[in-house]
Write a protein that binds this ligand. Structure first.
Ligand code: PFF
Length: 451
């Protein structure tokens, strides 16, 4: 079976491809605003603990399932056990929900690149600029359509390789630029308070919500609980080490998220009013960074360079999301690539437009108290993904048995160093935590129980 699928050329190829999918808006846009909102250091600590336990175990399980079966998520679960095929379908739903609003944010990034590249960056630094932009109708929808249009053209012609090549060059530059921006931010007055807020845990900020937010972010950022890593695993060669690949992807992904936080959170304290900015949510990056760029020498240029790289990070992720959804349509309905592309494109537009309008003319429409974008984000990250993760743990721990995964990890003579940790997390720690968190968060969302 594996013979028919393309293989990654080697371990580095696999790590780069999986990291390309993992690193995206989740790291640069989503992680910093959650860390800001959920108490800084305590969020960071919870995230790191979850990354080396949950993240490690789940990614190992998903990649192993993929490599063992040589199939994508929907087929892989079905092949291993007929009754569990529904987990594959459930996981396939996640990219369908994420991609539309991901592209709305991708549109904002594209717009900001344009603003800086055309020399208007100073305007973007004013405090009401972002709100003025997203509350319009035509502008944000236009940029959303541009972003998803570019993604769709690439998927349609199957020319992802070209984009990957460009981003392989740009990603290391993004890392270096982010370090530079973070270092600059830290020299500003007040930034040290921000640094302390970001890295020193304050246990009085801890709540169940912190854990839920960190867990949802972990899944989102590492492309877990949505079938993606199963598909990636199905392309992985048998002689590559799963365990060390997972470690590398984790370090890479978490490192970039940490760096993004280091750039944005101290800046909050340096350029504005922390009380107000820490609670900003989805708009945080777009409100804070332009002010920082404005204060910097050659800030217009740095801003343009920064946003073009974030654009590429977002584009590689949106391509892999769209590719996933298109291939689900192709397999499921036996449509060809072009027809599937058109159908997926239509669905993204249909679901993306409400997410865009929810910041303006439709801001009065709320679903369980949330605008459209927040609702789609909540339902995928805080509901469906934890359920998929829970079912995956139960399936691996009690139906398939952890030994099946352990064998796959040990193929070609590799030793499984963290076997004990893997077993405990999959069988006990993860399922119990997820159940507790899910119940409390759903009760909270419906206002039955206040956290
Ligand atoms: N992990 C990506 C991010 O952090 O931005 C989001 C993502 C990309 C999820 C691609 C799934 C995927 F297939």
């Amino acid at each position: 079976m594996e013979k028919q699928r393309g293989n990654f050329s080697g371990r580095l190829g696999f790590i780069m491809a999986a990291a390309g999918s993992a690193v995206g808006l989740g790291n640069i846009w989503r992680f910093p605003y959650l860390a800001a909102q959920y108490g800084g250091g305590i969020f960071l600590l919870v995230y790191l603990v979850l990354a080396v336990t949950f993240g490690f175990a789940l990614m190992t399980a998903e990649i192993s399932i993929g490599r063992k079966t040589g199939l994508s998520a929907v087929e892989a679960f079905r092949k291993l056990d007929k009754k569990w095929g529904f987990v594959g379908y459930l996981s396939a739903l996640v990219p369908v929900i994420i991609l539309p609003y991901y592209s709305v944010i991708g549109g904002w990034v594209t717009k900001y690149f344009w603003v800086f590249a055309s020399g208007e960056g100073i305007a973007a630094a004013s405090s009401d600029y972002f709100g003025g932009f997203v509350s319009q109708i035509g502008q944000p929808i236009g940029w959303f359509l541009a972003f998803i249009g570019i993604t769709a053209v690439i998927v349609w012609f199957g020319v992802e390789k070209g984009v990957e090549r460009v981003s392989k060059i740009l990603m290391p530059i993004l890392v270096i630029l982010s370090m530079f921006i973070a270092a600059y931010a830290l020299t500003m007055d007040g930034a040290m308070d921000g640094l302390k807020y970001y890295i020193i845990p304050n246990f009085s900020h801890f709540s169940v919500k912190t854990v839920l937010a960190a867990m949802g972010q972990l899944f989102y950022s590492m492309s877990l609980a949505m079938g993606i890593m199963i598909t990636y695993g199905s392309y992985m060669r048998k002689d590559n080490s799963i365990e060390s690949s997972v470690r590398h992807i984790e370090i890479f992904d978490t490192g970039i998220a940490f760096l993004a936080g280091l750039m944005i959170i101290p800046s909050i304290f340096a350029v504005g009013d922390p009380e107000q900015l820490l609670e900003k949510g989805a708009s945080l990056m777009f409100e804070v960074l332009p002010q920082l760029f404005l204060a910097m020498p050659a800030g217009q240029f740095v801003g343009a360079a920064f946003f073009i790289m974030v654009f590429f990070a977002a584009l590689t992720s949106s391509i892999s999301l769209m590719e996933t959804v298109v291939s689900i349509f192709m397999d499921k309905f036996h449509w060809n690539r072009k027809l599937s592309c058109i159908a997926v494109f239509a669905i993204i537009i249909l679901l993306g437009i409400p997410s865009s309008l929810g910041n303006g003319v439709w801001s009065g429409i709320k679903i369980i108290g949330m605008d459209f974008l927040s609702f789609f984000d909540f339902i995928s990250n805080s509901v469906i993904m934890p359920i998929v993760a829970l079912l995956t743990c139960i399936f691996v721990g009690y139906v398939l048995k952890t030994s099946a995964i352990e064998h796959e990890v040990e193929v070609s003579g590799h030793s499984f160093k963290a076997r004990g940790l893997f077993r405990i997390v999959i069988k006990y720690f993860a399922p119990i935590c997820i159940v507790l968190i899910l119940i409390t968060s759903v009760l909270d969302a419906f206002g039955i129980f206040k956290l």
